[in-house]
Design a protein around this ligand. Structure first.
Ligand code: NOJ
Ligand code: CA
Length: 704
């Protein structure tokens, strides 16, 4: 949970308070085949958060392992099942009793190399419970629960259950049992468009099978997000509503129907529940990162947050092509123009798509044809990177695989070695293929089709990230597996897509994102981590052939740089559209992408949201606020500003006539003095927003 003043000024110290306990949890890869002994216990076991408000209980009534949770006295999770069904071993689902339990507490701090918040506080109480078969004590699993003030996570730790260690999970039985009258924000899982859906707002009862993060609001106003953390060598979890209100873990299957394949003892990802008494509090949760392992890469000073432009929107609005020919986008000449533009306005990189052999013809279905080292003849990659280096702008690589992972993995090392040699520090990957259409060739040469979020792709993405790290390359995956906080462990996993981004606005009707889209994203997709949404469209007219107008105002496009966090932010439009509106472009050239601290300061899911973020190594603050299709005036609290300091706020807001539908370009730019505690009022148009840059006034009048 983010608390502004608690961390500020504290030395970077580690305080670990243990209550008579054995060694802390082993790192996943170090897990021994036989788990350590555990103190004997029987009957239901409970653990509460450090502030006592959130409580989790594990029970074994009738031999069925279950878990439940309360928050501030409200039963937020009714007893839900725990357990597994296996192919090679008996199931661990019934006839189990609690035989052991241990607790400990941790209060520590850690620092992010880059991020939305530099200092992180990791403060939780932990309960480890063993559920055993009374007839055969070697058949058991442990559940490790960590309860923070902002949420809880639990994972299974399962010993080796078969003689040779091989074990296949046929089903994980975890249930999240909520009230089916809750309001839910969700997208469908296991469907062709991966994570790229418009969010539904319904009664929980109407949810079918959903992706996580899924967020609900109870009738008491409590906001809860269900997700997972540290998805390593395991299948992603969909939530399948079975009985009303009972959401069962549905692990994404392999092409042979098995959900997860393991060898010996294993741990699962953390099953997470983030909780807050109000909507904005949920956005300030750090639970997902706190449940991940620390940085494994050591010095990551080569991982570079920053702003970029790209030869990209021009393909999406059909003004140029990925493939070769007269309209080829990725030419040496055009790339140099983009480098010039980037250098002039302080962008760090230029993404170029369609630079490599393989795009001609039906690229969606021809993934095997892609080369990740051979440029088209009209793209002189050596000359381009030389020119970029001269101008202080890096080329950003692009690896579209069309879902053919076998073709990509075969070229990974050669590709990353080449990119490192050319000074390319970042690669955007892509997996354009229908859900369930990832292609891999198995050991017998047979082509198999996998999901984007099954165990195969969990392994693949981490493999790419680890290989890339060897060559000092950071990865921004599109059509990815969902984020589960692994950027803490692998800080070169710098961003990803994994939701419906700006590209849908390029394609026009019926793909356009509705005005409420960006007011739901913070409480759903963004609960998992940074998103490469690609904000900053300045020409909002859309394609000329239909009702294709982008459904935001210009001010809202600016506000998205603050609202939708990513350490790399694109200015997605064409250079000429930026040069036509220099007064609006100024905000994009100033807004940082790396933050000292971040706070959600107002909002209701699907209505509006406002964030304040302070830049790293600086005192300036930035505010972004966006609304849905309804215009509104919001008065923001400013307790987060430094005391006794006079700030000047420069505001890019919707003008008096602004409306996404009728007057999207009506932009008011003004300055106003402001101090801590002053109410700060912003007027947002229908489909609108506001972007603000607050800087301490130079004069000494600030001190009182
Ligand atoms: C989909 C990605 O989201 C988009 O950014 C990219 O341009 C295309 N795939 C082509 O790779
Ligand atoms: Ca996409």
């Amino acid at each position: 949970m983010r608390a502004l003043t608690v961390l500020a000024g504290l030395a970077f110290s580690v305080l670990v308070a243990c209550t008579a306990l054995p060694a802390p949890a082993a790192a996943p890869e170090a897990l021994a085949p036989t788990l350590p002994a555990i103190a004997q216990a029987e009957g239901a076991q409970s653990v509460a958060s450090p502030d006592g408000r959130l409580q989790v209980t594990l029970s074994d009534e009738g031999g069925t392992p279950r878990w439940s949770a309360t928050f501030a006295g409200e039963e937020i999770l009714r007893p839900g099942r725990l357990g597994f069904r296996f192919l090679e071993a008996g199931n661990l689902e019934a006839g189990l009793v609690i035989t052991g339990a241990e607790t400990r507490s941790v209060d520590t701090e850690w620092e992010q190399p880059w991020g939305e918040q530099r200092l992180m506080r990791e403060h939780y109480n932990e309960l480890l419970v063993r559920l055993s078969d009374p007839v055969d004590s070697a058949r058991y699993f442990d559940v490790r629960v960590r309860v923070f003030d902002d949420g809880l996570g639990f994972r299974y730790e399962v010993p080796q259950l078969t003689a040779d260690g091989a074990i296949s999970i046929i089903d994980e039985l975890t249930e999240f049992a909520i009230d089916d009258h809750d309001t839910a924000w969700w997208i469908e899982a296991g469907n062709y468009n991966r994570y790229e859906y418009i969010y539904h707002t319904t009664d929980a009862a109407a949810v079918d099978r959903a992706h996580t993060p899924m967020t609900v609001r109870t009738n008491k106003g409590t906001h809860i997000t269900f997700h997972e953390a540290a998805l390593v060598d395991y299948a992603g979890m969909w939530l399948d509503q079975q009985r009303p209100g009972v959401f069962k873990a549905s692990l994404v299957p392999w092409s042979d129907g098995v959900r997860v394949k393991k060898d010996g003892a294993f741990i699962t990802p953390w099953r997470t529940v983030q909780v807050s008494a109000d909507a904005k509090g949920l956005l300030n949760s750090d639970l997902i990162l706190n449940l991940n392992e620390p940085n494994k890469l050591g010095d990551v000073s080569w991982v570079e947050p920053g702003r970029y432009v790209g030869i990209w929107w021009c393909m999406h609005i059909a003004k140029c092509t990925w493939g070769s020919g007269d309209s080829h986008g990725a030419t040496t000449e055009r790339t140099k123009e983009y480098i010039d533009f980037a250098a002039k306005y302080g962008f760090d990189g230029v993404l170029v798509e369609g630079w490599n052999i393989g795009w001609d013809g039906d690229w969606f279905n021809n993934g095997a044809l892609f080369s990740f080292t051979k440029p088209y003849p009209d793209f002189d990659i050596e000359e381009i990177t030389r020119y970029g280096a001269e101008k202080g702008v890096r080329l950003i690589g692009h690896n579209e695989t069309s879902g053919n992972v076998t073709n990509y993995e075969a070229q990974l090392e050669d590709a990353f070695a080449l990119y490192e040699k050319l000074g390319i520090r970042q690669v955007k990957t892509g997996y354009v293929a229908d859900g369930g259409g990832i292609q891999r060739q198995d050991e017998d040469g047979v082509w198999r089709y996998e999901w984007h979020d099954g165990q195969f792709m969990a392994r693949h993405h981490l493999h790419v990230v680890e290989e890339a790290a060897k060559y000092h390359v950071s990865i921004n995956a599109h059509e990815p597996i969902k984020d589960t906080g692994l950027r803490r462990t692998y800080p070169n996993w710098i961003s990803r897509e994994g939701a419906r981004g700006q590209e849908y606005n390029a394609w026009g009707y019926p793909h356009l994102n509705p005005p409420e889209h960006e007011t739901i994203l913070p409480w759903t997709r963004m609960m998992s981590g940074p998103m490469d949404f690609t904000p900053g469209i300045f020409d909002l007219t859309g394609r000329p052939d239909g009702p294709n107008r982008v459904q935001t105002t210009l001010a809202k496009q600016l506000a998205l740089y603050v609202v939708l966090y990513s350490p790399i932010q694109m200015a997605a439009d064409l250079p000429e559209n930026y040069e036509a509106r220099p007064e609006a472009l100024e905000f994009i050239t100033r807004v940082p992408t790396d933050w000292e601290q971040s706070l959600a300061i107002a909002g209701q899911v699907g209505e509006y949201v406002a964030y304040a973020r302070q830049e790293r190594e600086g005192r300036d603050w930035f505010v972004g606020a966006v609304t849905d299709e309804n215009g509104r005036t919001v008065t923001l609290d400013t307790s987060w500003l430094e005391p006794d300091t006079a700030y000047t706020a420069k505001v890019w807001a919707d003008g008096p006539a602004a409306d996404w539908e009728t007057a999207p370009y009506d932009l008011s730019i003004y300055t106003q003095p402001i101090r801590q505690g002053d109410p700060f009022t912003l007027t947002l148009a229908p489909g609108g927003g506001a972007a603000v840059w607050l800087t301490p006034a130079e004069t000494a009048e600030g001190a009182e």
